[in-house]
Design a protein around this ligand. Structure first.
Ligand code: SF4
Length: 223
């Protein structure tokens, strides 16, 4: 993962707030300025709320594992949800429903990305996942399909809840492809704030952005 994203060459402000560029040399301001209409975003179902709060699109059979989000469909949802907050940011910056994909499984995401590439989309902004998901996907999304973009990493919803946090190994991750195993992840507030700034074209002027996500036990650079 570390070498795929060249973490050593990444901006520390991005890394500390769970974001990385792919490739590391990507001129993100240029993308935002010239090509925002060529961007898609994907966000994982495991960042939908569970337990304390429940995603209204969950059902008894597949739980959270579907491509639905009320906000992506243009509706209102008041359930506290980091995925929904990221959707708010994307919609605010002009992303349309067909530019946002809630990943229920990689086997659905990859054909969608292939189709979007044929339609002329070139960037993921952001592509979101745990370090295992991103590591697994980047070869296909980056190398095979030729996408570039910004990666947002999910973290544990609660760092004390060791049993239900982000996937701890590749098998864990592949198990999530089959069923919703109840893992509770989230995007940090700082990640979302920073993504908002990036999409505003202000990547180099972020002096007031907090420099470190709190309660972090999953730094993407640790693998
Ligand atoms: S914002 Fe979307 S994903 Fe989050 S709880 Fe609401 S419907 Fe579910």
């Amino acid at each position: 993962m570390r070498w795929k994203c060249k973490f050593k060459k990444q901006d520390n402000l991005l890394i500390e707030n769970h974001l990385a560029l792919y490739p590391h040399s990507l001129d993100i301001n240029k993308v935002v300025r010239d090509d925002l209409d060529k961007c898609v975003a994907f966000l994982p179902y495991c960042a939908k709320p569970l337990g304390e709060h429940e995603c209204p699109t969950s059902d008894k059979v597949n739980n959270r594992k579907n491509q639905k989000c009320i906000k992506v469909s243009g509706g209102k949802c008041d359930v506290p949800c980091s995925l929904g907050e990221m959707v708010d940011v994307l919609v605010k910056h002009g992303f349309k429903k067909d530019q946002i994909f809630i990943i229920d499984r990689d086997s659905n995401l990859f054909p969608w990305l292939q189709q979007k590439r044929k339609e002329g989309y070139e960037y993921f902004m952001p592509g979101t996942g745990c370090k295992y998901g991103v590591s697994y996907a980047i070869d296909y999304i980056g190398k095979k399909l030729g996408y570039k973009g910004c990666i947002a990493f999910v973290d544990d919803y609660c760092s004390q809840d060791k049993d239900n946090g982000v996937c701890k190994c590749m098998n864990d991750y592949l198990g999530m492809e089959g069923i919703d195993k109840g893992k509770r992840t989230k995007m940090h507030k700082e990640t979302i704030i920073l993504m908002d700034r990036i999409l505003s074209g202000n990547y180099h002027n972020m002096v007031d952005v907090p420099h470190k996500s709190p309660n972090t036990n999953e730094n993407p650079s640790s693998t």
